[in-house]
Design a protein around this ligand. Structure first.
Ligand code: AP5
Length: 215
């Protein structure tokens, strides 16, 4: 399947994407994970992105489009992809539409995970993420805790809070989402691709998405 996952920070895009990868071999492409890996590696992209990310602002569109155009042409994307955290602005969505036209691909759906703000705030302050950049399993001290010693069940690395999980950065990420990303809901509605999912259960959400894509 080829889908875009929309939703505020903490709505559960990464969690649902990881579940969906088990369905038909589609790969999760998370711009957030790609950028965090670049920051950790200290490469050119990481140096450019670090400040924006820590403040909870968006990384400039041109940097993101370069990464995504290259990534979507990788052979593992042939079976499909789950775009997690991209597009994030109207210019990114328009550039993606042009890219699809150029390479003769079609998007199946844009899924909006509609989660109430109080749930989102609770999830963001209790999330833990595996610090191993090849793993990045997502945990939550309430709903899906890591091992008792705070390490990842999959790879044994410490599960930690992200650099953008300070109260100030979370506030800024939600403001940025409302200003820059929420207009994409209307964009995809006009494209006839929007599917709104209101469930708060990740497995239920994954099943609803599979049903919507099969239609
Ligand atoms: P990114 O990594 O994309 O962060 P985000 O959009 O803020 O989304 P999150 O990863 O915080 O949340 P999520 O929706 O994936 O939720 P999760 O599944 O983890 O981006 C980070 C930064 O990178 C941006 O601020 C920006 O600077 C930059 N960036 C990235 N993409 C960009 C782009 N395209 N353009 C420009 N800049 C870009 O779940 C959250 C928590 O809830 C977890 O603890 C999880 O266990 C828990 N949880 C999830 N689902 C459930 C459930 N059903 N029930 C109970 N708990 C649940």
């Amino acid at each position: 399947m080829r889908i875009v996952l929309l939703g505020a920070p903490g709505a559960g895009k990464g969690t649902v994407a990881k579940l969906l990868t088990e369905f038909d071999g589609s790969v999760q492409i998370s711009t957030g994970d790609i950028l965090r890996n670049a920051v950790k590696a200290g490469n050119e992209l990481g140096k450019k992105a670090k400040g924006y990310m820590e403040r909870g602002e968006l990384v400039p569109d041109d940097l993101i489009m370069d990464i995504m155009e290259a990534r979507m042409k990788d052979p593992d994307c042939q079976k499909g992809f789950l775009l997690d955290g991209f597009p994030r602005t109207i210019p990114q969505a328009e550039a993606l539409k042009k890219l699809f036209e150029k390479i003769g691909m079609k998007l199946d759906a844009a899924i909006n995970l509609d989660v109430p703000t109080d749930v989102i705030l609770d999830r963001l302050t209790t999330r833990r993420t595996c610090s191993n950049s090849d793993c990045q399993e997502i945990y939550n001290v309430k709903s899906k805790p890591p091992k008792a010693d705070g390490t990842c069940f999959k790879c044994g690395s410490p599960a930690v809070q992200r650099a953008d999980e300070t109260e100030e950065a979370i506030k800024q990420r939600l403001t940025t989402y409302n200003e820059k990303t929420s207009p994409l809901i209307d964009f995809y509605k006009k494209e006839g691709l929007l599917v709104i999912v209101k469930s708060l259960d990740s497995k239920e959400i994954a099943n609803e998405i599979i049903k919507a894509v099969k239609k």
